[in-house]
Design a protein around this ligand. Structure first.
Ligand SMILES: Nc1ncnc2c1ncn2[C@@H]1O[C@H](COP(=O)(O)OP(=O)(O)O)[C@@H](O)[C@H]1O
Ligand SMILES: [Mg+2]
Length: 491
């Protein structure tokens, strides 16, 4: 008996079992539909569904009109109709029967059998393609039988292509459970294409991002990390990224073509890309948010990643807020930002690693150094070297002591400030209590607009603490920054 006939007989037997199961099973929910359709299309074309195609499928499945889907997807109804028409053709082709907007539920509902089928052992799974057990058997079955099993796109059974460039290896990682959960939800469930991960230097952005890559890598075809610490031009960054996808093809020189080629790859594959140290694209000595000369095309690239439909995700790490991204961030857009704060009590593990003593005083140490892992590492090293590891002795010595390494770390951030920002920092370091804008204005020889711009810029650099009482906002510096400003710019 030929392979084909054996397959058909096996299928028929299976079909009987499945049919019973099917009768007792529930209708697919929208997530299953998307996954099912994506598997089908991937098996046939080697490409995953794009975001808009998924939005159309989900919308139609839930009984929405094209106009509603268009509105929710920020594109024209005509565009939705075009994409939908191609999608129905593709699905019809894959399923061997006509799929339309009006029969989608009934057609896919019947095909639920093939999802249920995965309960019925490997033989069936090997055949594992809807063509095998469709009502209209065709010689295509034999071809399918001889093919290697179809990869399941969501779980990426083949290893993802991982290119972490010069990402640091993570030896210890503590907590960050809420931040990891938020990022995972934004990426895997809410499909946010552009995410800014923000926080002062040393707070743990790189560590968190690399940990996230490791945790969710199996959902992707490509997992990529690149640091922009040496301020590459957009051309250099795009060339570098394009080479990962295709070493052999010539990389275009023109930025526009490079971007469109990259977006094609981002559509074709599920990619998770981290660009770290984005702050290096900004000018020193100018208010926060000014891109360096020659780097002005980066924000356009980021905007396109957010706005164009594709299947990939870009995380941008920066120690200052990205204003243009903040502008794109609205409830219904696939853009988010997360500001990383103190590591909290998990930072005790860092102190433990450094073999410090007097555990009852560790909370004070962590609070003083803002739960910043890097600041705590530097301080713990100093405590170990100069105080034999005794945190109490260290705390008794002075309320805040900054090691040279910690100050050198902060130098890098302060070197980027404008004169007026520095003057504001010095003023705030001088204050014993948090202070409101009118009082700062009174105390400083700055025009209101210069003061406001300076304050806004410092806020974007995440250097200010702000607390409100409902009516007025009061500003201050945290203990470490206050001490640093006093040490470096003696008043
Ligand atoms: N969650 C964490 N658990 C353990 N160590 C951490 C954690 N986050 C950061 N660190 C440590 O703190 C230091 C600074 O972290 P890093 O990720 O480089 O900060 P950033 O990228 O924000 O400047 C690194 O030495 C890192 O090992
Ligand atoms: Mg970093």
């Amino acid at each position: 008996m030929s392979d084909f006939i054996i397959s058909v007989i096996k299928c028929k037997k299976m079909y009987g079992k499945i049919d019973k199961t099917l009768r007792s099973s529930q209708l697919m929910d929208v997530k299953e539909v998307l996954r099912f359709a994506d598997d089908l299309v991937f098996a046939k074309t080697g490409e995953h569904l794009e975001d808009l195609q998924e939005a159309i499928l989900a919308g139609v499945w839930e009984g929405k009109k094209y106009s509603q889907i268009a509105e929710a997807s920020y594109c024209s109804e005509g565009h939705v109709r075009n994409v939908a028409s191609k999608l129905w053709k593709c699905l019809s082709n894959v399923l061997g029967e006509e799929v339309t907007q009006s029969n989608l539920r009934s057609t896919l509902g019947r095909r639920q059998v093939f999802i249920v089928s995965s309960n019925f052992g490997n033989d069936f799974l090997h055949i594992g393609n809807v063509n095998v057990c469709t009502d209209t058997q065709s010689p295509e079955v034999t071809n399918v039988r001889s093919q290697t099993p179809t990869p399941q796109p969501q779980q990426t059974p083949t290893q993802p292509h991982i290119d972490l460039g010069d990402a640091p290896e993570i030896f210890s990682f503590y907590d960050r459970t809420p931040a990891l959960a938020t990022l995972q939800t934004w990426i895997l469930q809410e499909r946010c294409r552009l995410i800014a991960l923000l926080g002062i230097s040393g707070i743990g952005k790189t560590t968190l991002a690399v940990r996230l890559l490791d945790q969710i890598k199996t959902n992707f075809d490509y997992v990529i990390y690149r640091s922009l610490r040496f301020s590459p031009t957009l051309n250099a960054t795009l060339t570098n990224l394009l080479q990962i996808f295709s070493e052999k093809t010539d990389i275009p020189q023109n930025i526009e073509t490079q971007i469109s080629q990259l977006i094609n790859y981002l559509r074709q594959y599920r990619c998770l890309i981290i660009l770290d140290d984005v702050q290096m694209l900004f000018s020193s000595g100018q208010l926060a948010g000014q891109y360096r000369s020659g780097y002005e095309d980066y924000p356009l690239f980021f905007k396109l990643i957010a706005e164009v439909c594709h299947n990939s995700y870009l995380i941008l790490n920066s120690w200052k807020k990205l204003r243009k991204i903040a502008k794109l961030e609205r409830e219904n857009t696939p853009v988010r930002s997360l500001v990383l704060g103190s590591l909290g009590i998990a930072a005790k593990e860092i102190l433990r690693e450094h073999k410090l003593s007097d555990e009852d005083t560790w909370d004070t140490l962590i609070n003083t150094y803002q739960g910043n892992p890097l600041w705590l590492e530097y301080t713990a090293t100093m405590i170990q070297e100069l105080f034999g590891g005794s945190v109490s002795d260290f705390l008794e010595c002075d309320a805040v002591i900054l090691s040279e390494s910690l100050q050198a770390e902060l130098d890098q951030q302060f070197q980027r400030l404008t004169q007026q920002e520095l003057a504001i920092m010095i003023q705030l370091a001088n204050e014993n209590e948090p202070i409101a804008l009118p009082q700062i204005l009174q105390a400083m020889p700055l025009s209101p607009s210069n003061l406001l711009n300076g304050m806004e810029s410092l806020g974007n650099r995440l250097l200010l603490d702000a607390k409100g009482n409902g009516k007025t906002t009061f500003f201050s510096l945290n203990t470490v920054l206050k001490k640093y400003v006093k040490n470096r710019y003696t008043i």
